[in-house]
Design a protein around this ligand. Structure first.
Ligand code: RAM
Length: 346
């Protein structure tokens, strides 16, 4: 009898140790962060010195502070995956609750991001996504197909449907730009574009000086160039400056994705007749609320999950290939008629 009692007590002890370990695993690395009630939400942008990125981070901070938590804003000097991996490792050691990443590479961050998720940190991407295995959900600014196609349609109208065009992109690894460029190429397959030729995709790496020199190189290598599409706010502003300085207004057309505050002069002068974008503050803000919904367990990142994103209202998670996403809205067209109003906003 006594023997059975001893065995029974030993069993209870073993089971409670296992249960305690289980709990510990669930909260792994989180006790510190949760202790004061305030949770830590981090965002990592592609690189520093990009006003678009600053707006995106500002929106994220706005959401996190509205929710009563602490926001950590980070961006490496150079837009590389290696630099972001180092930051992810630091955030894991800091025991943050969530990491929102604007990826410099779709796959290279996977080991670091899965390590974070294994430690109980909620991971999501925004703007420039990482592969579905590396995140729980992606916050998308707008439908990539619409973003890609609309820029080709714009340059077609601007150059009268004939001639050589080039793309000035960000880095060659940037997920968002690469997806948009794929859609541009699909749009160009339409017979309506038979007289238009995409001669080169150049990479300015979202660095101002490199974007300027890449634009100059395009103009030199392709003297008959009729149009440039730049699906990056850094690239389009650099191209706008080069075309202005070289007096090429009306000779080489320019469109793409631009920040109104940086592009107003070039839209007003006609160097770029029109361009597109969305509100970068809202992209960050939506990511902030999505991160909070993941941390609080309101959503897990699966299709059909719903949450309220502050002033943006209710949002629903939808499919995105093998992964899932939350969509902000539609790309917005900026031209001479509305740029004065928008340049003050972002
Ligand atoms: C640049 C960045 C950003 C992209 C915009 C359009 O600022 O590459 O990721 O969304 O352009």
């Amino acid at each position: 009898m006594k023997k059975w009692l001893t065995i029974g007590l030993a069993l209870i002890l073993v089971l409670s140790v296992i249960a305690a370990c289980g709990n510990n695993k669930e909260n792994n690395g989180k006790q510190g962060a949760d202790a004061g009630g305030k949770k830590k939400f981090a965002i990592i942008f592609k690189n520093t010195g990009n006003p678009y990125g600053e707006k995106e981070m500002e929106g994220f901070k706005l959401a996190i502070e509205e929710l009563g938590h602490e926001a950590i804003l980070k961006a490496p000097d150079q837009p590389t995956a290696e630099a972001q991996i180092q930051m992810i490792e630091e955030l894991i050691s800091q025991e943050v609750d969530a990491i929102a990443i604007v990826g410099n590479d779709p796959d290279a961050l996977q080991p670091a991001l899965t390590k974070a998720m294994d430690k109980g940190i909620k991971v999501l991407s925004l703007d420039s996504g990482v592969n579905p295995q590396s995140r729980m959900v992606h916050v998308n600014q707008a439908d990539p197909e619409r973003i890609g196609r609309v820029q080709v349609q714009a340059i077609y109208d601007m150059i009268g449907g004939k001639g050589e065009i080039a793309v000035l992109s960000a880095t060659s690894q940037a997920t968002n730009q690469n997806v948009w460029i794929e859609w541009m190429k699909k749009e160009l397959e339409d017979p309506k574009y038979a007289d238009m030729k995409l001669v080169k995709v150049a990479y300015g790496d979202d660095l101002r000086d490199k974007s300027v020199s890449e634009t100059e190189a395009l103009l030199k290598s392709f003297p008959n160039l009729k149009g440039i599409i730049s699906p990056t706010t850094v690239g389009i502003a650099a191209a706008g400056k080069v075309l202005t300085d070289k007096g090429l207004k009306g000779k080489v057309q320019l469109t793409g994705l631009g920040l109104p505050s940086e592009m107003a002069d070039y839209i007003e002068s006609g160097v770029s007749q029109w361009m597109y974008l969305w509100n970068p503050v809202d992209v960050g803000y939506l990511a902030g609320f999505a991160a909070d919904a993941l941390v609080s367990g309101k959503i897990t990142g699966k299709v059909g999950d719903k949450f309220t994103a502050g002033r943006l209202g209710e949002k629903e998670i939808i499919a995105d290939g093998e992964g899932t996403q939350i969509m902000l809205g539609d790309p917005f067209k900026f031209d001479g008629a509305n740029i004065a109003e928008w340049k003050k906003v972002y």
